[in-house]
Design a protein around this ligand. Structure first.
Ligand SMILES: NC(=O)c1ccc[n+]([C@@H]2O[C@H](COP(=O)([O-])OP(=O)(O)OC[C@H]3O[C@@H](n4cnc5c(N)ncnc54)[C@H](O)[C@@H]3O)[C@@H](O)[C@H]2O)c1
Length: 472
């Protein structure tokens, strides 16, 4: 499942949302910060902000959340503050435990150890949403979840800063042979030397993949007076004085440090192999905090052994142990023991994004996405679902209701639903589809409490219905 990608330039172009006004694209405004501020002023919205109405499911059933794997306490408190009943545990649950318990819950929050399989989803009669409080979503059967009308949210970019900072530490540590000296000291050897040790000031950092992490790294490296060049498959507005180069070969031939920040895709597997390592400058360094299969490690071992490269830092591996305490040896990757013997090669156990700050940001982001879905039906950021949002119903619009209708993506469904809605005033609606699943959000005005249940019943009985929720 591809994850949403936002380039730094795309982030700059995100819509301006002003309550009570249609959202406005900054590009349509000319894009500059000044244009944006001028436009906000011209709307003279100050003092006219309308409060959004807090919506509740019309079933009026208390929503129950199951939060596993020691997810941040702030996230648990945020859910509780909204009136949700939260059962939380530090542990993961096995498939059998989940099958037994999941039936009573409307939402579940997990990390990577709890597997949400087809069997679990079939037992999850009330489940509305899954929050993965981590980067990946491989632990969830995304397709089965989507078919059951269950969006899955994660937090793909909350740890970008943590990775970028780790890379900066590796750049300096490699340049000063710090890990080797520290290792020698621990074995009782004093070995003070400056040969082959350099300041990073004025050196060139080549960033491959200028997305969330690459762009953060670019800013940090310039603060150290490094020159920054980058290669990316799409043209991206450079930050600061960074410069985009046309080809990977051009980057490899110019950089003193090459740092990889691309996703794992068929075209990025082994994108750094013998041919590319040969193109790197003699005495340069390779850093991989992206994905293990992006580098051909036996070729890297040769490049370090031949002293063509002065060192490397590796945080990710083609095969990684599944639990802390497990060995990292030749059984898991056939070259592991050779790699561990190399001088000036820093090896870390996939800790690029592992900081307390990143965990806390993940907690905020995923708990907000889960709450937004439960409270207002918004699916922006869902990995397996059409992404749909509507401007909030305001507190003055007391008799407005929101219809959240997940259905099979078939011709004629919208006509059917709109016929049901035709006696009412449809204030706004938006529909989108992803594969076989489509999702409609519609806000309806002036609906009596008597009509609410009738509306839900009728829409739920349409032929393509997967799930219909009404929020009032
Ligand atoms: N070590 C860790 O703990 C850790 C933590 C977070 C992310 N990561 C990994 O870091 C990598 C980058 O993450 P991100 O959040 O910056 O991703 P991102 O999607 O924001 O950026 C990736 C960039 O790579 C570019 N790209 C794609 N294919 C390319 C190619 N063939 N050549 C050059 N550029 C290409 C994209 O255009 C994009 O700009 C991912 O592989 C991610 O899984 C590792």
């Amino acid at each position: 499942m591809s994850q949403p990608y936002y380039s730094p330039s795309a982030v700059m172009a995100s819509p301006i949302n002003i309550p009570g006004h249609p959202s406005v694209s900054p590009t349509a405004l000319g894009g500059s910060l000044h244009d944006r501020i001028r436009h906000r002023d011209s709307l003279s919205f100050v003092g006219a902000i309308r409060q959004p109405k807090v919506l509740h499911p019309v079933e009026n059933e208390d929503l129950k959340l199951l939060i596993l794997e020691n997810i941040s306490q702030e996230a648990v408190r945020a859910f509780q503050a909204q009136g949700f009943h939260v059962d939380h545990s530090a542990k993961a649950m096995s498939e059998d435990e989940l099958v037994e318990k999941i039936g009573q819950y409307h939402a579940i929050g997990i990390r990577s150890k709890t597997k949400i399989t087809e069997r679990v989803i079939k037992a999850a009669h009330k489940l509305l949403v899954i929050g993965c409080f981590c980067i990946g979503t491989n632990q969830v059967d995304l397709l089965t979840a989507a078919k059951a009308g269950i969006p899955v949210f994660n937090s793909p970019f909350s740890n970008s800063r943590s990775v970028a900072e780790l890379v900066i530490s590796e750049v300096i540590a490699l340049s000063r042979q710090l890990f080797q000296r520290a290792h020698e000291m621990r074995s009782g050897l004093w070995n003070k030397q400056s040969k082959g040790c350099w300041e990073v000031r004025g050196k060139t950092l080549g960033i491959v993949g200028y997305g969330h992490i690459g762009a953060q790294l670019s800013v940090l490296a310039e603060a150290l007076a490094m020159r920054v060049i980058f290669y990316d498959v799409i043209p991206i507005m450079p930050l600061g004085s960074a410069r985009q180069v046309e080809t990977l070969a051009a980057l490899l031939g110019e950089a003193d440090f090459v740092s990889l920040h691309v996703p794992e895709l068929p075209e990025t597997i082994n994108m750094i192999s013998k041919e590319q390592l040969d193109l790197m400058k003699k005495g340069s360094y390779l850093i991989n905090n992206a994905r293990g299969r992006v580098v051909d490690i036996p070729a890297l071992i040769e490049a370090v052994q031949s002293k063509h490269l002065a060192g490397a830092a590796i945080d990710v591996y083609p095969m990684e142990p599944s639990a802390n305490g497990a060995p990292f040896d030749d059984q898991i990757n056939s070259w592991a023991s050779t790699l561990c013997q190399l001088p000036n090669v820093i090896l870390s156990p996939h800790i690029g994004g592992s900081t307390e700050e990143a965990q806390s940001m993940i907690g905020d982001e995923v708990s907000s996405a889960v709450s937004r879905y439960l409270n207002s039906g918004t699916t922006i950021g869902a990995v397996n679902f059409p992404e749909v949002d509507l401007r909030a119903i305001t507190s003055e619009q007391g008799d407005h209701i929101r219809i959240c209708h997940v259905h099979n993506n078939k011709p004629g469904v919208l006509r059917q639903v709109n016929e049901i809605l035709s006696p009412y005033n449809v204030e706004k609606q938006y529909s989108d589809s992803k594969g076989d699943i489509a999702y409609l959000l519609a806000d309806i005005a002036d609906v009596s409490s008597k009509d609410i249940n009738k509306l839900r019943e009728t829409i739920s009985h349409t032929s393509a219905n997967i799930l219909t929720r009404l929020l009032a």
